[in-house]
Ligand binder design. Structure first.
Ligand SMILES: Cc1cc2nc3c(=O)[nH]c(=O)nc-3n(C[C@H](O)[C@H](O)[C@H](O)COP(=O)(O)O)c2cc1C
Length: 210
């Protein structure tokens, strides 16, 4: 089995380390975060760090890279308080990936890709048309991570939209049916397959089969 130590990681060529460390923590969520500036310029970018933070109150978070270069998503969501999180599905992976290119704040990634913006229920930020699952969030807070100068951005979930057929009776949303993809590393997109769902796990007296 391959064994790599922290010392070896430290000495690695930059791109190799980037790919290794981005892959090694497992599959990540694949989302497009869309915002609009006060001046009406829209922005959309791929983020693989969106995580569940809690369901009561319903919160999500994502990691924002250091703000040593302009971060349009961050600027817009701080300015307006609103952002949308849109699941990437298999038909849009190429355009979704391209949104990671660093465009000036005056340029909308919606104008540089085939992704289209759409609006719902008077919500200020755009949604990505055709996404099977989308969430509108309000910016709540940010935590500075002193170890790498990133931020954990915290948003409250205000509106959820998804195709009717994805919802199970118990509230489970079937992402396989939505063809939502997952991110492997920093540039690999994969389509997961739901294997099974289980009951709420409770302690048992004996190991199965003993
Ligand atoms: C697969 C993938 C995942 C990414 N995930 C993140 C992320 O979680 N956080 C982040 O700050 N940037 C992430 N990026 C980089 C952003 O997409 C990129 O910096 C983008 O230009 C940000 O756009 P903005 O300046 O318009 O906000 C990711 C890029 C790729 C290709």
């Amino acid at each position: 089995m391959k064994h790599i130590t922290a010392k070896q990681i430290d000495a690695m060529e930059k791109v190799f380390r980037l790919n290794l460390i981005n892959s090694i923590t497992g599959y990540k969520s694949a989302n497009l975060i869309a915002t609009k500036s006060k001046d009406g310029i829209t922005n959309v970018a791929v983020f693989s760090s969106v995580i569940h933070l809690g369901s009561n109150p319903p919160l999500l978070g994502f990691i924002l890279r250091p703000t040593t270069v302009p971060r349009n998503t961050f600027d817009n969501l701080k300015e307006t308080g609103i952002f949308t999180v849109n699941h990437i599905h298999e038909d849009i992976i190429k355009d979704a990936h391209h949104t990671s290119a660093s465009y000036d704040g005056e340029i909308s990634e919606f104008d540089k890709t085939n992704l289209k913006e759409t609006y719902r229920d008077g919500i200020f930020a755009p949604f990505v048309e055709g996404c099977k699952v989308s969430i509108a969030c309000r910016y709540k807070n940010e935590c500075f991570l002193k170890e790498n100068e990133c931020y954990l951005i915290i948003g409250s979930i205000e509106h959820i939209y998804f195709d009717d057929n994805l919802l199970s009776e118990d509230g489970f949303v079937n992402l396989e049916k939505a063809k939502t993809v997952t991110v492997n590393g920093l540039d690999g997109y994969a389509l997961p397959k739901l294997l099974e769902r289980f009951e709420y796990a409770r302690p048992k007296k004996e190991k199965d089969g003993s």
